[in-house]
Structure formats: structure tokens, C-alpha cells
Write a new protein. Structure first.
Length: 115
């Protein structure tokens, strides 16, 4: 299983970013996917999750209405569209899949929201 995140960067408050996570090594369309984030000095937290065929999504309260998770099963990629970014969104964002009992993580992509 390999997960590769991209799309992070420095953005001003109120701005937008779209993160991508390219997956390989497993049957992508059969598994739910999720995005998590970890800010300095804080525990990793769930940001959003999406079902295997994309019909169901859930979000952390802190990002509801601002972030949208989606997936393209043909491209084996999951996305996180982040709008109305605030400094509190600054963190390393990780893609995750749980295959069997084993969770797999990407290397993460840094998102910094600052003026």
C-alpha cells in the first residue's frame, strides 16, 4: 500500500487549497478513505472520511461547511478541497486507509495558513 499526498503549501487566511492523495497497492474502490491532520504539539485528528464509492462523507465539526472530501476511483485518488482557510487549519495533512486491521499513512503534506 502506498499513499502519496500533494497540494499543500502556504496560503493566506480565507484562501483555498486542494489536496490530493494518490493510492496504489490495494483495490482502491473497495475501501473508505480519510484525511487527518496534525498540528505542532497536538495529536493527529480526523478531518474527513469518505465511503468506498463516495456516497457517504463525514467531517470534523471544525471543518464542516469549509472542506469537501471526494474521490475518483478510476484515478485511485482522494481529494480534500479546503476553502475559507483559517490559521487554525495549519498542520501536516495525511491520507489514510485501513486495509484489514492495518492502517496505512502517506508521508503528509504541509498546509500553512498565514498572512
Amino acid at each position: 500500500v502506498t499513499l502519496v499526498e500533494s497540494g499543500g503549501g502556504l496560503v493566506q487566511p480565507g484562501g483555498s487549497l486542494r489536496l490530493s492523495c494518490a493510492a496504489s497497492g490495494f483495490t482502491f474502490s473497495s475501501y473508505a478513505m480519510s484525511w487527518h491532520r496534525q498540528a505542532p504539539g497536538k495529536e493527529r485528528e480526523l478531518v474527513a472520511g469518505i465511503s468506498s464509492v463516495g456516497g457517504l462523507a463525514n467531517y470534523a465539526d471544525s471543518v464542516k461547511g469549509r472542506f469537501r472530501i471526494s474521490r475518483d476511483n478510476f484515478k485511485q485518488t482522494v481529494y480534500l478541497q479546503m476553502n475559507s482557510l483559517i490559521p487554525e487549519d495549519t498542520a501536516v495533512y495525511f491520507c489514510n486507509v485501513k486495509v484489514g486491521r492495518s492502517p496505512f499513512w502517506g508521508q503528509g503534506t504541509q498546509v500553512t495558513v498565514s498572512s
